[in-house]
Design a protein around this ligand. Structure first.
Ligand SMILES: Nc1ncnc2c1ncn2[C@@H]1O[C@H](COP(=O)(O)OP(=O)(O)OP(=O)(O)O)[C@@H](O)[C@H]1O
Length: 280
């Protein structure tokens, strides 16, 4: 059952804008040119976004390029500072604190112990010249591990789980294919058992068969470890495959949200209807 007690994270009225805003666009009724103020040209990358993520749930965020999906994910992983809004995490102080207001040291601790992130481009998530095992050790050390034997065991376990041959565990990811790099990134993100995993367009740019492998892996991990996940994609077919609930974004706003099956069966917004018909 979905109750306030089993929320993993909750996000309230989060916005990110680039520019100084003017008297025209600070009015909530202002008509923007897509996500841009026609008067002062402030860009509203994300506007007034609120949602909850329940324990063990996969929430999808779908939208076209420029709709604000990556900006939202970057704010949730503290890669970017929001302009407004609050972010509460069950694993930190039982959701009593707005973690956007914490010190960078406290945010680092949340990144190391509570959140995992898998980026579209593995260059952001991995040290390409370090071995795969060292990449995982780096994450484990950041989250407080000190015992080398224990770290090797965890590394073997997660590299095995994502089907990287252990004979290649000392190879650097730069020597791996795109699909393998994504799998190492997933192993690294999972290695400290984060209760929340953020996945930003993780299969974009991969061959269809490799894409299918990575998606199957994500489903398997969720089934086994019951991690809460947010999956961002421009591809509704991927969201359909993975996600219990879905939010649709357009021009920095959430235009529709609900159970994924309901959205697919009865899309309300014209943009969502277009997305749904495109995959039928
Ligand atoms: N530093 C910046 N300065 C001005 N505008 C920005 C900046 N960063 C992002 N934007 C704008 O914010 C909007 C949202 O971008 P974002 O990258 O979050 O979209 P997206 O949905 O993730 O798209 P994509 O899938 O192409 O990455 C876009 O209009 C983008 O141009």
């Amino acid at each position: 059952m979905k109750t306030a007690d089993n929320l993993a994270i909750s996000v309230s009225n989060v916005s990110k804008f680039y520019g100084d805003r003017c008297s025209y666009c600070t009015d909530p009724e202002a008509r923007l040119n897509r996500n841009m103020c026609p008067e002062c040209h402030t860009v509203f990358a994300c506007s007034d976004i609120s949602f909850d993520l329940h324990n063990g749930e996969i929430l999808g965020i779908v939208g076209e390029s420029g709709s604000g999906k990556s900006t939202l994910m970057k704010m949730l992983y503290f890669d970017q500072v929001p302009s407004e809004g609050a972010y509460r995490i069950a694993g930190f102080d039982g959701r009593r604190t707005d973690v956007f207001g914490l010190s960078s040291q406290a945010k680092r601790q949340i990144r190391n112990e509570i959140l995992g992130m898998v980026y579209q481009n593995p260059v952001y998530g991995l040290k390409m010249d370090f071995s795969s095992m060292s990449n995982i050790a780096e994450k484990l050390i950041a989250s407080g591990s000190r015992h080398v034997g224990g770290m090797t065991e965890v590394g073997d376990h997660f590299l095995g789980k994502v089907n990287i041959p252990l004979s290649r565990k000392f190879d650097p990811p730069k020597n791996f294919s795109g699909g393998m790099q994504q799998r190492v990134q997933i192993a690294k993100a999972l290695s400290n058992h984060p209760p929340v995993l953020l996945l930003d367009e993780v299969t974009t740019g991969l061959d269809l068969s490799v894409q299918a492998d990575v998606l199957e892996l994500i489903k398997e991990i969720q089934r086994e470890l019951s991690i809460s996940m947010i999956v961002v994609s421009h591809d509704l077919a991927i969201i359909r495959m993975l996600c219990d609930r879905t939010m649709v974004m357009l021009d920095g706003r959430v235009i529709e949200s609900g159970i994924t099956d309901q959205i697919l069966e009865d899309p309300q917004h014209a943009y969502t209807q277009q997305l749904v018909y495109s995959i039928l």
